[in-house]
Design a protein around this ligand. Structure first.
Ligand code: SF4
Ligand code: SF4
Length: 589
C-alpha cells in the first residue's frame, strides 16, 4: 500500500517499520515533524523531546548501547550542541542501531546560519546517508540502522528543508520487531577515556571498511545515459554527480545525461566515481551546500569537474538556478505572484503575544539588550528595535555578560523558557558566579513557541501530552544565586515595566520572569478560556491613538479615523484596554 507522506513523516514511518524502540530530539525546523509524527501515530516507539540536542543524543546513545534501535532528531545547528557526544561516540561504537537525523537548512529559511553538517560527520568519521525523495527518507532510516549495526558505529541521515517538507508516495511496510541486543560492560570500550587511544585505529578501520561498502551499495547508483563505463569520453559528453534533492533537479534539467547518484555521501566510493568521471568530458557536481563531494573528487585527482564555481555555495538550489548556471535555456515560468497584490507585511509577533509588553518597557529604558533564539528575535525589528544581538541558543546571557564587561553596565539578556532550559542555565550560573549584575528576562510562555508549541521540562507536559513535573524556574534561578527574582503577568504592562526597571536598577544580578502562555497554544483559544473579544466604543473614544502603541495587528482604523479591533483576531489579552485613558475598550457583551 502506498501513502502520500511528507519527507519527515516518511522518516518517522521508517523508524517505526525498522523496529526503533527509542527516539529523542529537540524541536527545530526542518526536523520537528519527525518526532511529532512518531508520538502521534506510532506508540510502539518511546518518543520524547529532550532538554537540548546534546541530552537527546546522549539519551539515544545510552539506549543504543543498551541494545535498542534508536533514532535521534535535530536541525543542523542542533548538531553543534550535540557535537561533543557526536565526536566521541564513534570511538566506543554502538551496540543497537543508531541513526541521528541532521536536518540541514540551505537558504536559512528558519536558521541563524547556513552550515553543511556533512563536514561534522567527516570530522567525526561518521557515515552520511542522503535520501533523494520521500520513499528513500523511509528506506534510508532502516538502511542506516543496518549499517550502524553492521559497522558498530553511529550513522547520520542528512535531509534538507525541501526534502523534509516535500510530499511523495511511499510504499508502506510492516513493523519489524528487532530483538534487543545484549549490553556487555567493557571498560576499555565504554568507560575509561584513556583507553580511547586503543580504540582510535578502529575508527579509521571502520571508515575504510565503509569506503569499500560504498563501492557496492545500491544506494550509490549510476544511471547511464551519456558515456559508457570503461570507455573514453566522447566529445561534449556530460555527466552529473549528485545527491539528495539536487539529484532530482539534475535529472529534470538534463534527462539525457548520465547521473551518479550518491546515497552514501561519506565516505564516497573512489573507484566507481573515477570510472564514471573518466567516461565523460565534463562532470557537473551538483550538491546543495558546500563542495563536500566535489572536494573529495578533486582529492582523487579528477580534474574534469565543474561545480561550485558556477552553482555557488549560498542558498537553496532549484532546477532553474542550475539550468541557468550551465547555460541551458530556461523556459520562462508564469509569475503568478505578479497577478496577486499582497500587502507587504513585516515579520511580527502574533496578536496577543505576551512578549510585546517586555519590548515596550525595554524600548523605554534604552538599555543594551542581548536577545536569543525564539519568536522574540522580532524585538530587534521595528516598532520596538529593543534587542541588539542574536546569535545562537542560550547566547543571550553570556553575550550580555560580555557586553557588561565591555562597559554596558545595565546589560539585559532576554531568553524564552525553552531556550533557557536548553542552554541558558549554565550561562546564568556562570554570570552570577563571575560577579555579573546583568538583568535576565525569562519570557515564560510554557512552550517552545517559534517551532510550533512543543513542550519542554518547564511546560508541565510531555511530547505525548501527558502531565510531567514542571521545572521550577524561580527556584532554579534562586539556586543559581540570584537574589532579586520577580515573577509578573506578562500582559500587565505596568507590572512588567516596573519589574524590568527595578531589575535594571538593582545592584547585582536580577531575574524577571514574565509569565503568560503562548497565544498559539490550543488552550489559549478564546472559546477554551470562556472569554470574549474586545471592542472599542466610539462614543467614548477620543481618537488619542494610545491603543495603537501596542502595535497589535488586530487594531486598525475605520474610515472615520476611529481605532477598531478585529473580533476574529482579538485574543482578549487586555493590553490595549490598559492603554486607553478613557476606558473606551472592553470585552464585547
Ligand atoms: S507563537 Fe507564541 S510566542 Fe511566538 S509570537 Fe506567537 S504568541 Fe508569541
Ligand atoms: S486609546 Fe482609547 S481613546 Fe485612545 S484611540 Fe484607543 S480607544 Fe480611543
Amino acid at each position: 500500500m502506498k501513502e502520500l507522506l511528507l519527507g519527515n513523516e516518511a522518516i518517522a514511518r521508517g523508524a517505526w517499520e525498522a523496529g526503533v524502540k527509542f527516539a529523542s530530539g529537540y524541536p527545530g525546523t526542518p526536523s520537528t515533524e519527525i518526532l511529532e509524527t512518531l508520538a502521534k501515530h506510532y506508540p510502539e516507539v518511546d518518543s520524547q523531546w529532550s532538554a537540548n540536542e546534546k541530552v537527546a543524543f546522549e539519551e539515544g546513545m545510552g539506549a543504543a548501547i543498551g541494545g535498542l534501535r534508536v533514532m535521534v532528531t535535530m536541525k543542523m545547528v542542533g548538531l553543534n550542541v550535540a557535537a561533543d557526544s557526536f565526536m566521541v561516540f564513534p570511538y566506543s561504537g554502538t551496540n543497537g542501531g543508531f541513526v541521528v537525523i541532521s536536518a540541514d537548512d540551505p537558504g536559512m529559511h528558519s536558521s541563524q546560519n547556513e552550515q553543511d553538517n556533512r563536514y561534522l560527520a567527516l570530522m567525526a568519521k561518521v557515515p552520511v546517508l542522503e535520501p533523494s525523495d520521500a520513499q528513500e527518507c523511509k528506506d534510508f532510516v532502516k538502511l542506516g540502522l543496518e549499517i550502524s549495526e553492521q559497522f558498530s558505529g553511529p550513522v547520520m541521515l542528512r535531509t534538507t528543508t525541501r526534502l523534509a517538507h516535500h510530499k511523495g508516495l511511499v510504499e508502506l511496510g510492516e513493523r519489524a520487531e528487532v530483538p534487543q541486543r545484549k549490553f556487555t560492560p567493557d571498560a576499555k570500550r565504554f568507560s575509561v577515556p584513556i583507553y580511547r587511544t586503543l580504540l582510535r585505529p578502529g575508527v579509521e578501520k571502520r571508515i575504510a571498511n565503509l569506503r569499500d561498502y560504498a563501492e557496492t551499495t545500491p544506494v550509490n547508483r549510476v544511471e547511464w545515459r551519456s558515456g559508457q563505463p570503461g570507455e573514453p569520453p566522447t566529445q561534449g559528453s556530460v555527466g552529473f554527480v549528485s545527491s539528495s534533492i539536487a539529484y532530482q533537479y539534475a535529472r529534470e534539467i538534463m534527462p539525457e545525461a548520465s547521473v551518479f547518484r550518491l546515497g552514501l555521501t561519506h565516505p564516497v566510493p573512489p573507484r566507481a566515481l573515477k570510472e564514471f568521471c573518466a567516461a565523460h568530458e565534463t562532470v557537473y557536481v551538483v550538491e546543495e551546500g558546500e563542495p563536500f563531494i566535489e572536494d573529495q573528487l578533486k582529492a582523487m585527482g579528477i580534474t574534469n569537474l565543474v561545480g561550485k564555481s558556477i552553482f555557488g555555495v549560498i542558498g537553496e538550489y532549484s532546477p532553474e538556478r542550475l539550468a541557468k548556471a550551465i547555460g541551458l535555456n530556461v523556459p520562462e515560468k508564469p509569475d503568478f505572484g505578479k497577478e496577486i497584490t499582497v500587502l507587504p507585511r513585516p515579520p511580527m509577533l502574533c496578536v496577543g503575544c505576551g512578549h510585546r509588553t517586555v519590548f515596550d518597557s525595554l524600548k523605554q529604558l534604552k538599555v543594551t539588550v542581548a536577545g536569543d533564539i525564539g519568536c522574540y528575535t522580532m524585538g530587534a525589528l521595528p516598532p520596538y528595535e529593543a534587542s541588539h544581538t542574536t546569535f545562537c541558543m542560550g547566547a543571550s546571557i553570556s553575550t550580555a555578560f560580555g557586553l557588561e564587561r565591555a562597559g554596558h553596565e545595565r546589560a539585559v539578556a532576554i531568553i524564552g523558557d525553552s531556550t533557557f532550559v536548553h542552554a541558558g542555565i549554565p550561562a546564568l550560573i556562570d554570570a552570577v558566579y563571575n560577579g555579573s549584575s546583568l538583568t535576565l528576562i525569562i519570557l515564560d510562555n510554557s512552550t517552545t513557541g517559534m517551532t510550533g508549541q512543543q513542550p519542554h521540562p518547564s511546560a508541565g507536559k510531555t511530547l505525548r501530552g501527558k502531565p510531567a513535573p514542571k521545572l521550577d524556574l524561580e527556584g532554579l534561578v534562586r539556586a543559581a544565586g540570584v537574589k532579586q527574582v520577580q515573577v509578573v503577568d506578562t500582559w500587565q504592562r505596568k507590572d512588567v515595566a516596573r519589574a524590568v526597571r527595578s531589575a535594571v536598577g538593582h545592584d547585582g544580578p536580577a531575574v524577571v520572569i514574565t509569565r503568560g502562555p503562548c497565544m498559539r497554544l490550543p488552550e489559549m483559544k478564546l472559546s477554551e478560556r470562556g472569554e470574549r473579544p474586545y471592542f472599542i466604543d466610539e462614543a467614548l473614544c477620543t481618537k488619542c491613538d494610545a491603543c495603537f502603541k501596542v502595535w497589535c495587528p488586530a487594531i486598525t482604523r475605520t474610515s472615520a479615523g476611529f481605532p477598531i479591533i478585529d473580533p476574529v483576531e482579538c485574543t482578549a489579552c487586555t493590553v490595549c484596554a490598559q492603554m486607553c485613558p478613557v476606558e473606551a475598550i472592553g470585552p464585547m457583551c
